[in-house]
Ligand binder design. Sequence first.
Ligand SMILES: [Zn+2]
Length: 302
Amino acid sequence: MLKKMLFSPFFRTIRAPLSFLCLLAFALAAVYAQSPAVTLTPEVVVAGSPELIRVVAANASAIDGQWLDRKLEFFRGQDDHGWFALAGVDVEAPVGTSVLKLTIHETKGGSHALNRTIKILPAHYRTSALTVAPQFVQPGPDALKQIAADQVLTQKAYASSASMPLWKGNFHVPVVAPQTERFGTRRIFNGTLASNHKGLDFRAAPGTPVRASNDGTVVLAHSLYYAGNSVFVDHGMGLFTLYMHFSKISVREGQHVVRGQKLGLSGATGRVTGPHLHWAVRWQGAYLDPAKLLRLDLSAAR
Ligand SMILES: [Zn+2]
């Protein structure tokens, strides 16, 4: 029966196109298997989210790219899990469609481009009104001078990020204290000045030890007008964690710190309504939600 069918004139006419279709299916499957897979965690991208970008690309020797006008540099993950970049969307970034542009450099030479469309969804942050000392809303000439000097210091610190990731594994909470003010809250100071709360506040009693949330290098250990006694830790590739309002700083600039190492004691220096730790996460100038960074599982990356 089968023999009869295979040698039938009908089968002879469809044999060539059928083999062609089979070949095409195999070829498509092969291309699909080799085409790089790009995943973002968290999957739902909102203004203020940190994003772990993972690219699985066979035969890549390096990967770089661009997203939201920022440079992406990928590093090789643990145990052949692919390539990773720890990036994010600024709290004030507009919602809508963005394009993640990647360049895959191949081991055998040459490179190819790969684009992915990423939708940025609105985040729902609340509004709160606060009262602070008048000199923090309308700084006088001396204060303005200090604010300008602070900017030079902080820009220098941000410009000194290591070219490789210094962090290892997940980020940990920097202080044992209740969280009082969430990230992203729109704040009205003394009825006028409005800004986004670009960090997370912990109601830490003065003198509570504040610890590095991950490994890195101290790039700033200084008193600033608004932030008070502050410590900035560089985690490499443009990622920093910032710790503010200390009563005492225990580290020096240039010092390498490991996760859990004491950076200083919490306090109430700078623009504050009371003693607390303000903790911020900054990546290439974008402020990211520290609470979301704490929830990211980074173990496959480093
Ligand atoms: Zn704060």
